[in-house]
Design a protein around this ligand. Sequence first.
Ligand code: PEP
Length: 249
Amino acid sequence: MRRNIVAANWKMNGSRELVESLVGGVKAGVAKLDKDVEVVIIPPSLYLADVEKAVSGSALQLGVQNVARWESGAYTGEVSAQMASDVGCAYALVGHSERRQLFAEDDVQVAEKVRLILASGLVAIICVGETLEEREAGQAEQVVARQIRAALADVSGEGWKKIVIAYEPVWAIGTGKTATAVDAQNMHANMRGLLSELGAPAQEISLLYGGSVKPDNAAELFAQADIDGGLIGGASLVSDDFVRICGAV
Ligand code: PEP
């Protein structure tokens, strides 16, 4: 059985005050849910220690938003996968569209990061998704398949247990537009088919949907056969909304 996962990507938002109020609310709310769901909080790296303290005693997991392409050394400003693991992270996001678009992260870099994330014992949440132009040109499946093939090029054996893929159509991130549940399911089913082709244990790999997931659309998305949870941006900054999304799994 694959895990249901709901992950909160805070992006570059937050403060110590927010950590306290938001994580406190999420911790209390998730504890009351009668759901089999792994909840992951992914704050800016500077607040990882604060969030780790705030989640202690709960089942909430910690994740990092990005890691360096290198193990260690003279890379000012970077944070390694090993460091993320050292401070208590269990998950690492990689290939988020904001990293791909604003920081020119390409498929090769994503694959390098996936390798380092797995080597550090973390679970990689690999983000993939097409732009609006690519969708309108009928290339959505092709783009997502290319991104997945590249990211997983070096994954095999036990490594598959540390892979989660989040389908996030770029046009749906932070825009209030969501893929229809049917379109999202079709893409997830294609992705699972591709994973099988690549020799992965496809039925055991959690596939998440991301892109303007809110309390009122989460249940329909999560009810789809191949959608195993969500990667949540904006709505993860409001504890009641995020808890309702976790409860929709
Ligand atoms: C994200 O940042 O991964 C995301 C899905 O953002 P939002 O939920 O705000 O669209």
